[in-house]
Design a protein around this ligand. Structure first.
Ligand code: SAM
Length: 297
C-alpha cells in the first residue's frame, strides 16, 4: 500500500515554505489549509471517482491538490503565483495525473486548457477549490459564465459570502448573488471551517459550499441579461419596495410606470413587496412580462 504523507500538517507546511524561502502574499489571498481532516472532508464532499476530471483554482503548495490527485482521474490546477510553481513541481512529483498552469484563472481559456490537459474535447469537470477571498465572486462568476461543462463545484470561501450564495428568499442574506448562482446551480452549505485551520489565519471563518448543475432550468427566462438586470435593480436599495427600486432604475415617466404596473399585475406580484421576497421563478415571470410587453408597445 502506498504510504502517504500529507502536505497540509502545520509542521510539513512550515518545512516546505521554509525550504523554498516562501513568504505569503496577502494581496493574492494566500491562506493555506493545514488540517488534513478538513482537506479529506472537502474531497469527500466532491464525491470524486477515478473517472473524474477536476479543475482546481489556486493550489498553493498542493495541500488540497494531493487529495484530489489521489481520488480523481486527473487534476488541472491554475496558480497565479509563479513562486509556487517550483514548490508544486516538488510536492506533486509523486502524482502523474496533475497539470499545473501558471496563470490568472480569470484570464484563462478554461475550455482550451481543460481540453489540452485532459486530452478530450469539451470535458465535463468538477471544480474543487479553496478560493482566494479577495476575488471569490469574480472567479465563481467567471467559472459559471464560461463554456466549461461543470457538473459540481465544491468551493471554500468566507462564510459571509457562502451565506449569500446559498440564501433563500425572504432572508437577509438573499440578494442578486444568490440569484446569479442559483439560477445555474443548486446551492448548499456543506460545512464551516474555523479560521484556525489556516496559515496565516484569516480574520473570518470560512465555509464550504456545494453547487450542483441543474438538470432542468429553475425557471424559463426569455432573456438572461434582462432577467439579471431586473433582479439586480430590485435589490438596489434593500429597504425600498420593489416598485420604488423598479421606477428608480427604469424611469418615473407615466409610460414606464404603466409598463411596470401592467407587468407586475400580470405576474401576480404585489409592487409593495421587497425585492428580497421574490423567488427566482417570480423574477423570471416579471422580467418575461416586461420584455414581451415592451416589444408590443
Ligand atoms: N489550495 C491551497 C490551500 O487550500 O491551502 C491554497 C488556497 S489560497 C486560499 C488561494 C490560492 O489561490 C493561492 O495559492 C493564490 O496564490 C492563488 N490565487 C490567487 N489569485 C489567483 C488567480 N487569480 N488565479 C489563480 N490562482 C490564484
Amino acid at each position: 500500500m502506498t504510504e502517504y504523507h500529507d502536505i497540509a500538517t502545520p509542521s510539513r507546511t512550515k518545512a516546505i515554505l521554509k525550504k523554498h524561502g516562501f513568504s505569503f502574499k496577502k494581496s493574492l489571498g494566500q491562506n493555506f489549509l493545514t488540517e488534513p481532516n478538513i482537506l479529506r472532508k472537502i474531497a469527500q464532499t466532491a464525491e470524486l471517482t477515478e473517472e473524474d476530471l477536476v479543475v482546481e483554482v489556486g493550489p498553493g503548495i498542493g495541500a488540497l491538490t494531493e487529495h484530489l490527485a489521489r481520488e480523481a482521474g486527473q487534476v488541472l490546477a491554475f496558480e497565479i503565483d509563479q513562486r509556487l510553481i517550483p514548490v508544486l513541481e516538488e510536492t506533486m512529483a509523486p502524482y502523474s495525473n496533475v497539470t499545473v498552469v501558471n496563470q490568472d484563472v480569470l484570464e484563462a481559456n478554461l475550455v482550451g486548457e481543460a481540453e489540452q490537459a485532459f486530452g478530450i474535447t469539451a470535458p465535463r469537470v468538477k471544480v474543487v477549490a479553496n478560493l482566494p477571498y479577495y476575488i471569490t465572486t469574480p472567479i465563481l462568476m467567471h467559472l459559471l459564465m464560461s463554456k466549461l461543462d461543470i457538473e459540481t463545484m465544491v468551493i471554500m470561501m468566507q462564510k459571509e459570502v457562502a451565506d449569500r450564495i446559498t440564501a433563500n428568499p425572504g432572508t437577509k442574506a438573499y440578494g442578486s448573488l444568490s440569484i446569479a448562482v442559483q439560477y445555474y446551480m443548486k446551492a448548499e452549505l456543506a460545512f464551516i471551517v474555523p479560521k484556525t485551520a489556516f496559515v496565516p489565519q484569516p480574520n473570518v471563518d470560512s465555509a464550504i459550499i456545494k453547487l450542483t448543475r441543474r438538470t432542468e432550468p429553475v425557471a424559463e427566462v426569455l432573456d438572461e441579461d434582462f432577467f439579471f438586470r431586473v433582479s439586480r435593480s430590485s435589490f438596489q436599495q434593500r429597504r425600498k419596495t420593489l416598485w420604488n427600486n423598479l421606477i428608480s432604475h427604469f424611469g418615473k415617466d407615466e409610460a414606464t410606470k404603466k409598463w411596470l404596473e401592467t407587468a407586475l399585475e400580470e405576474a401576480g406580484i404585489d409592487p409593495k413587496r421587497r425585492g428580497e421576497t421574490l423567488s427566482i421563478p417570480e423574477f423570471a415571470l416579471l422580467s418575461n412580462r416586461l420584455l414581451t410587453n415592451k416589444k408590443s408597445l
